[in-house]
Design a protein around this ligand. Structure first.
Ligand code: IMP
Ligand code: MG
Length: 180
C-alpha cells in the first residue's frame, strides 16, 4: 500500500486539548467518582492520556463494539465483543470514544450502558465528524476536535489495524493508489 498520511492535528495540539478537556471534566465531576468506559480499540490512547489529566477519583473499564468489515465504511450491524467487568449501577459513567462518525456505535453502546442503570451517562470523544452523522441525536458532551468528513488515522485510530501508533491525527492520501 502506498498511501501517505497528511497531518491534520499535531501531537502538540492534541496534548494541549486533552489537558483542557481533563480540566473541564474534573471540574464538572468535582467531588464525585467517575467511571470511564473506554471503547476499544481506538480510544485506548486517548483514554490513557485523558485519565492521567483527571483530578477526580477515577475507575476505568473497557468495552469493544464491532461493526462488520475492516475497511473505511461503517456498517449498520453491531455486536458487543467485550463487555464491562464491573457493575456501573448508580455510577457516573463517561464513555470515551475515539471518533463519532455515523453515530451508530455510540447509539448502540449508550443503550447497552444505560440498561445497566448508571446514575448518569455522558459521552466524550476525541474527534467528531458531524458531517457524516446518520443518527442526528448523537451529540458528544465533550469533544476534542471537530473534523471534516475525511477518513483519519493515528492516535489510536486505524486503517485495517494499521497507523494506531502515530502520535498525531492525519488523513490518508491515496494519490495514485487504488483502494478496494
Ligand atoms: P460510527 O460510524 O460513529 O459508528 O463509528 C464507528 C467507529 O468507526 C469509530 O468508533 C471508529 O472506530 C471507526 N471510524 C469512524 N470514522 C473513522 C475514521 O475516520 N478513521 C478511523 N476509524 C473511524
Ligand atoms: Mg471505535
Amino acid at each position: 500500500m502506498g498511501e501517505k498520511v497528511v497531518t491534520l492535528i499535531s501531537k502538540e495540539a492534541i496534548e494541549k486539548r486533552i489537558e483542557e478537556m481533563a480540566r473541564e471534566i474534573s471540574a464538572d465531576y468535582a467531588g464525585r467518582e467517575l467511571f470511564l468506559v473506554c471503547v476499544l480499540k481506538g480510544a485506548f490512547i486517548f483514554a490513557a492520556d485523558l485519565m492521567r489529566g483527571l483530578t477526580v477519583d477515577t475507575r476505568v473499564d473497557f468495552v469493544d463494539v464491532s461493526s462488520y468489515g475492516k475497511g473505511m465504511k461503517s456498517s449498520a450491524q453491531m455486536t458487543l465483543v467485550l463487555d464491562l467487568q464491573d457493575s456501573i449501577e448508580d455510577k457516573d459513567v463517561l464513555i470515551i470514544e475515539d471518533i463519532a462518525d455515523t453515530g451508530r456505535s455510540i447509539d448502540f453502546l449508550k443503550r447497552h450502558i444505560e440498561a445497566k442503570k448508571p446514575r448518569t451517562v455522558k459521552l466524550c470523544t476525541l474527534l467528531d465528524k458531524p458531517g457524516s452523522r446518520v443518527l442526528p441525536h448523537i451529540s458528544p458532551d465533550y469533544t476534542g476536535f471537530i473534523i471534516p468528513d475525511k477518513f483519519v488515522v493515528g492516535f489510536g485510530l486505524d486503517f485495517a489495524q494499521r497507523y494506531r501508533n502515530l502520535p498525531f491525527v492525519g488523513y490518508l492520501d491515496f494519490e495514485d493508489d487504488s483502494v478496494e
